[in-house]
Design a binder for this molecule. Structure first.
Ligand SMILES: [Zn+2]
Length: 316
């Protein structure tokens, strides 16, 4: 991937139109530069999906954060509002865009009780370095999303480096001071990492803790598609807390529990423990996801990660 000197950092808020905390922050940052510590880095701001923000809906035609798949973008017959918006964002700030960005932060919120976390897509060295530096500063958990054929076309994948900041729990459409605060802290930590990388002075911890995505679990459904059970109250709000196969994860209408082992998709079998995330996320009902399961892993930080991020940051 070529590096364009004079590139910038793209900060996107409101990729989902009912996630309004980061969109509110973005207005403040644009209105008064002193409200964000940019570390002197060149930033450009974009409201991800202005039409959906206005309607306070996740999206109009389709999920913008699943609309960046190359086969969608290159299909001239594909004219959904979000695919057109994805093309527009890339034309403005993509690596070959009018004002190219090297790095992107995509700021989201969730109704799940995940606190402040980072989502990294795949294993690009620069992304892992950025996430490791942010984890070192704020202790943020890292959700590594990869190899899920049902979930593709994420925004940050189209830039040389980037990650998602995810903060919750907050209801859709609601702005809360703590959610805004956590979002801003994460972005400022990321900018600090990039400023150090640009100066060639970045040092990373030796270890990185990741929660690697394994797959997701849905509630049992009636023929009409409505849930035939509820999420178990013990799992509600218990994101990141390890689960065994005998732990109750759902509740039947009769009141009886359903254990993880009873609903675990065969492809996810083989682990002694699972770490759930996006538990009962409101936006995922339509995707057939009651919760996602991860595996917690400790990785050694590779020397090459730091170098990969410095290559991107030195183009800023
Ligand atoms: Zn979102």
């Amino acid at each position: 991937m070529g590096v364009t000197t004079g590139g910038s950092i793209l900060v996107v808020a409101g990729t989902h139109g009912n996630e309004r905390n980061a969109a509110w922050l973005l207005e403040q940052w644009q209105g008064d530069a002193a409200t964000l510590n940019t570390q002197g880095l060149p930033l450009v701001f974009e409201r991800g999906n202005p039409a959906a923000l206005q309607a306070c809906r996740r999206y109009i035609d389709r999920d913008l954060n699943r609309s960046f798949a190359p086969e969608l973008l290159s299909d001239p017959a594909q004219q959904d509002l979000e695919v057109c918006r994805a093309r527009e964002l890339l034309a403005r700030h993509g690596p070959q865009g009018a004002v190219p960005a090297q790095v992107v932060f995509d700021l989201h919120s969730t109704t799940a009780a995940m606190g402040n976390s980072l989502v990294v897509y795949g294993r690009r060295a620069a992304d892992l370095a950025l996430a490791a530096g942010m984890q070192q500063r704020l202790g943020l958990p890292i959700y590594l999303h990869e190899a899920d054929g049902a979930q593709t076309g994420f925004l940050v994948e189209r830039w040389p480096c980037g990650l998602v900041v995810e903060v919750g729990p907050v209801p859709q459409g609601v702005i809360q001071a703590t959610i805004c605060r956590q979002t801003q802290l994460a972005l400022e930590a990321g900018l600090e990492v990039l400023a150090q990388a640009r100066a060639g002075a970045l040092t990373l911890p030796r270890q990185l803790a990741v929660h690697r995505h394994l797959g997701s679990v849905d509630l049992p459904r009636s023929q009409g598609g409505s849930p035939a059970a509820l999420l178990h109250p013990a799992l509600q709000g218990a994101d990141w807390r390890p689960l065994g196969l005998h732990d109750a994860v759902m509740l039947k209408a009769s009141g009886g529990p359903i254990c993880l082992g009873e609903v675990l998709p065969p492809a996810l079998a083989g682990q002694a423990r699972y770490w759930p995330v996006f538990v009962n996320e409101a936006a995922y009902d339509e995707k057939g996801i009651a919760f996602a399961l991860t595996r917690r892993e400790e990785w050694s930080v590779h020397h090459g990660w730091c170098e990969a991020l410095q290559v991107q940051a030195q183009g800023l």
